[in-house]
Design a protein around this ligand. Structure first.
Ligand SMILES: NC(=O)c1ccc[n+]([C@@H]2O[C@H](COP(=O)([O-])OP(=O)(O)OC[C@H]3O[C@@H](n4cnc5c(N)ncnc54)[C@H](O)[C@@H]3O)[C@@H](O)[C@H]2O)c1
Length: 464
């Protein structure tokens, strides 16, 4: 009897732990609505959060696999930073990044390795910013711990891998008053930035619909993810598990949680053919949850529609699908960069030969180039040349790091706040919920807890 009671207690404890890591839901008018936890006492909104200026930002990097070392390299080119510590599971990876610092004539950083070395790094009180480039499964534990130790944190995409984790990031940032920025680099691509500037100046009129995707055949990379973490994750998770590259730029165009918000989505996917074959061959797996191609439609409170796609399995050219349809114009980046407008609109824009334009085709190359020069985004203008030189996906990665450091040094709100991180990352969990219920509509949580309409329009903060 005693044994049975003990077993029952153990089962109950496990169940309680499991409940805490998932989020409850109900079905309301045919829409699946996840619970939105109330803000705990002692927590306050971090909308517009600005921390004290940090003249020299002291940084610690965790995760030095395929992505991390290129971040270390980019930081070596930035003014106003000090690379204090490097950490990876494997000491040899730390050593390889140490060589990057040596090549740049920078002092050696402190070294951490092993499963738990990252905790020691976070506890150092001479670090202002922890920069996380580890597998998705570790982003939230690391980000939360770093904030709890008083550090600001920048975390690779997606910032969180479940809905519960999205809330954990929001709650920790609100409780600790620390920045938590997701490192969504695609919002800094030159075409996206320029188009955002054009949109904010009204060239496209009212934006009705926008598109984004991650279509990238990862065949050449599967063997290199440490411990096979990515295929492992995809084997277990259906849905758009990597939505932020497509969604981030779209959310900035649509002023998400700055006057509008995503309200609900529906998702559909294809069978997993290549993914299942890959997992069978590489892992002996008999099942594979992630469909080869996943499509999602998201509606916003103001009635706009976002179209997202995910496919990392088929031989198809790289495509982030970035496109927008406005009442007065159109922009798209793939497969070719193009803009379309009514000719009369461009008369004031000082572009060549605007009389010969028509609205049925993209503007000619020289007009597009003139527009892009004229509307180059102010945050990129001064560092465009250096960004192209340093590189990182053509320069966008460097602009991202530059902006992160610029805002921290000037005590400004960051370009991406913790609500962006949660909103853009929750798509994986929400699309899975829709797919598992025959494409049922799923409500998108309001991570700002009612403050999504307080700020009007997305803007990058600039020092006076
Ligand atoms: N924004 C982009 O364009 C972009 C591009 C590539 C990857 N990423 C993101 O970067 C992250 C890393 O991806 P990757 O391709 O470099 O994967 P990877 O497997 O090559 O690297 C992950 C690294 O983290 C280390 N690591 C794992 N557990 C650790 C621990 N407990 N402590 C310290 N280090 C640990 C591993 O040893 C490995 O070196 C992912 O989130 C991925 O989505 C983003």
């Amino acid at each position: 009897m005693k044994k049975i009671i003990l077993l029952w207690c153990a089962a109950a404890a496990l169940f309680a732990v499991g409940c805490r890591s998932s989020v409850g839901y109900e079905i309301r008018d045919g829409v699946l609505v996840f619970d939105e936890p109330q803000r705990a006492p002692g927590q306050a909104s971090v909308l517009g959060l600005a921390a004290d200026p940090i003249p020299v930002v002291r940084v610690g990097f965790i995760g030095l696999g395929m992505r991390g070392p290129s971040a270390v390299e980019r930081f070596a080119y930035l003014d106003g930073v000090e690379i204090v510590a490097l950490c990876d599971l494997y000491p040899e990876r730390v050593e390889a990044s140490q060589q990057i610092l040596a090549r740049h004539g920078l002092p050696a950083a402190a070294e951490y390795s092993g499963e738990e070395g990252w905790r020691e790094l976070c506890r150092r009180d001479d670090i202002d910013l922890v920069y996380v480039c580890t597998p998705w499964q570790q982003h939230v534990p690391m980000a939360v711990y770093a904030m709890e130790q008083g550090r600001h944190v920048a975390v690779e995409v997606p910032a969180a891998a479940s809905l519960a984790e999205c809330w954990q990031l929001v709650d920790t940032a609100e409780r600790t008053r620390r920045h938590c920025m997701m490192l969504e680099n695609c919002v800094y691509d030159f075409f996206e930035l320029t188009t955002l500037n054009m949109a904010q100046q009204g060239l496209f009129g009212e934006i009705l619909e926008a598109e984004g995707s991650y279509i990238h055949n990862l065949e050449p990379y599967w063997d290199y993810y440490q411990g096979n973490w990515r295929l492992d994750f995809n084997r277990e998770h259906r849905g758009d598990v990597y939505a932020t590259h497509g969604l981030g730029p779209v959310c900035q165009l649509l002023d998400i949680h700055r006057g509008d918000r995503m309200t609900r989505l529906v998702a559909m996917d294809t069978p997993s053919v290549n993914g299942a074959k890959l997992a069978r061959e590489k892992m002996g797996a008999e099942t594979f949850a992630n469909g080869d191609h996943t499509l999602t439609l998201v509606q916003t409170a103001r009635g706009k529609v976002i179209h997202l796609q995910h496919n990392v399995y088929t031989p198809r050219p790289y495509d982030r699908m970035y496109a927008l349809t406005g009442t007065e114009g159109y922009a798209c980046k793939y497969p070719i960069e193009g803009y379309a407008f009514r000719p009369a609109q461009l008369a004031a824009a000082e572009v060549p030969d605007h009389e010969n334009l028509n609205e049925h085709a993209f503007v000619p190359d020289e007009v597009r180039e003139a527009l892009m020069a004229r509307y180059a985004h102010p945050i990129a203008r001064d560092i465009a040349e250096k960004a192209r030189e340093v590189g990182g996906h053509g320069g966008m990665d460097f602009i991202m790091d530059y902006r992160l450091i610029y805002c921290l040094r000037n005590g400004l709100p960051l370009d991406q706040d913790v609500y962006d991180a949660a909103e853009w990352s929750c798509i994986g969990a929400l699309t899975a919920a829709s797919l598992e219920r025959n494409s049922m509509p799923v409500a998108v949580p309001d991570f700002t807890r009612g403050a999504w309409n307080e700020v009007q329009g997305y803007r990058h903060a600039m020092a006076e």
